[in-house]
Design a protein around this ligand. Structure first.
Ligand code: 5GP
Length: 204
């Protein structure tokens, strides 16, 4: 995926190993933990920080988890074609800044996107070499239990997330966006499987 362009002149630390990895999965499936595990396993990995119009929570770090922006700023980014992809998730917008991803790929880095199925589809259309990884719960019952165990939301909100998760899983399975589905039956095992999948893709 390495290309030398006027915008990205080659640096001594650049390699030809650039790989874009998309990690998706419903909420409550352990996706973020697995993503961070993949990130830690590759010395040259970088995590793409998305922009979003959703409100920042106490658990979020500005500029690390997301860049929190308002609707007008988001719309201006779409207008200027600054987003590689974007999607509406639970009524809020989320998007991946394009220039940064392109530069990191040109430098030969392992670039990780944690995005939803809609966004993943857009990325695969533009960059078919991207590796798509979808994290699945061992069963629907387990997913519902995990959503409840987080104790973050009311039962009504949990049911909404559960329905959304089922829809997203069905959509992911029907699409040809994902190269691999990793079942998170055991966090350590699932993380190793995701890391090995990325390692193989990088060799290939
Ligand atoms: P949360 O608000 O819980 O952090 O994320 C909600 C959902 O938005 C997750 O499924 C996450 O993968 C997705 N998401 C986060 N960033 C992006 C992005 O840049 N683009 C798209 N399409 N989805 C995103």
């Amino acid at each position: 995926m390495m290309t030398e362009t006027a915008r990205h002149p080659r640096l001594p630390t650049d390699t030809d190993n650039g790989l874009l990895v998309i990690i998706s999965g419903p909420s409550g499936v352990g996706k973020t933990t697995i993503t961070r595990g993949v990130e830690r396993s590759f010395a040259d990995s970088v995590f793409s920080v998305s922009v979003t119009t959703r409100a920042k929570t106490d658990a979020d770090v500005e500029g690390v988890d997301y860049r929190f922006i308002d609707d007008a700023t988001f719309d201006a980014m779409i207008e200027r074609d600054e987003l590689l992809e974007w999607a509406d998730v639970f009524g809020k917008k989320y998007g991946t800044p394009r220039a940064w991803v392109e530069e990191q790929l040109a430098r030969g880095r392992l670039v990780i996107l944690e995005i939803d199925v809609d966004g993943a589809r857009q990325v695969k259309e533009k960059l078919p070499d991207a590796l798509g990884v979808f994290i699945l719960p061992p069963s629907e019952e387990v997913l519902l239990e995990r959503l409840r165990a987080r104790k973050r939301e009311s039962e009504e909100q949990i049911q909404k997330r559960f329905a959304e998760a089922r829809r997203e899983i069905a959509e992911a399975k029907d699409s040809d966006v994902y190269d691999t589905f990793v079942v998170n039956d055991d966090l350590e095992r699932a993380m190793n499987e995701a890391v090995e999948t990325v390692r193989l893709a990088r060799r290939g």
